[in-house]
Design a protein around this ligand. Sequence first.
Ligand code: ACO
Length: 431
Amino acid sequence: MTPTRTFTLLDENSQLLCELPVLKGTIGPDVIDVQALYKNTGMFTYDPGFTSTASCSSDITYIDGEKGILLYRGYPIEQLAKRGIFLEVCYLLLYDELPTADELTAFEQNITMHTMVHDQLTNFFKGFRRDAHPMAIMVGVVGALSAFYHDALDITSKKDRDLSAIRLIAKVPTIVAMCYKYSIGLPFMYPNNKLSYVENFMRMMFATPCDDYVPNPVLVDALERILILHADHEQNASTSTVRLAGSSGANPYACITAGIACLWGAAHGGANEAVLNMLKQIGDVSEIPKFIARAKDKNDSFRLMGFGHRVYKNYDPRAKLMRATCYEVLEELGLHDDKLFKLALELERFALEDPYFIEKKLYPNVDFYSGIVLHALGIPTNMFTAIFAMGRTIGWIAHWDEMISDPEQRIGRPRQLFVGATPRDLPPQHR
Ligand code: ACO
């Protein structure tokens, strides 16, 4: 990247401290390149939560949070969601461009051939309690993949990286479904190569060896869309975690596991589960004002889950699409009067009219409506974040691959503002 201009830093006496290059992306705000700051001034920048820091350059996903725009490789999320083919989006995120029809078929076949997991991996599940949270099992089992697929762990080899990417996209849904089956004490279902990616996942979730499951096309489309909407979101917490883990040269399975662990938090991917629990807790429209008041009370830790976003200061475009998907799914299932959906719509209306939420630009995010769709699909609440992880795996792996291929890549190593004790000697009795 060639700097377009410089940013001049002066000290308190207006003396030149240093000049920093300003970099221009294809769209979005300019970026001050502070790499030479410490060398030239002996100072670091201080930015807890990275609110003003670009940690890398990337050409995968672009968000304009003020306008509510989300693009994958330049394509608007609305258009990709309308086409509704998750594996097409995976190809786009992984290989930069949309696939031709033949490329997509070959990609789908490749993924299909890798959906089974090593049979010995099933032993891992037996080590977990049946009531373990699915994300706890995901962290353990996805992490274990590097112990099974170490034939292709040379991260400097594009061929190995591609194979690991295919294996992760293919096997994560199998593992998610296994988490569910294990939790309810039913046998694992093998993948079926005749089915599409999403149909296959739904069958592994809901079929049993005694009863087959014929996926409903409307529900399949809804899940395709959910996965597309969750596929990537530039440098969010879990993706940054994957990049940071990968920057040391860790293997892709370990890095994706780090992402899964980060995603689990309620401020991130755990919010979809938290939203549904919150709606159940609110219980009735008449209780909404009480919960809105609690969300605004600084002495109360309660937050309106599914509301607010670090980047979006406008309606999250994914939430709009998710709300539309809610209508479609509930209509298909004859659940027009779904209590939770009605409650969610009312809660959204109340919040969007409230001066606190208006002033702080707090809008529904993707998690606000996704739980209602997943609930309607028959997916239990504690599985929601695992479904998010299934969709986000492609984003994590695309960013990991981009980072490894970046000639500017170095180990991620933030600095700190030290506020602890200055040097002192041990007391005599401790010497
Ligand atoms: N309910 C009530 N108040 C809120 C909410 C909320 N959901 N979100 C933010 N605020 C308030 C904060 O109290 C803060 O107020 P203050 O300025 O008076 O201190 C202000 O809005 C800014 O909030 P921050 O937490 O500083 O914003 P940040 O960008 O750090 O956090 C986050 C964003 C974590 C998403 C936050 O909005 C939140 O906790 N939301 C609820 C959890 C959630 O839905 N997470 C999913 C995010 S999307 C995703 O990961 C897929």
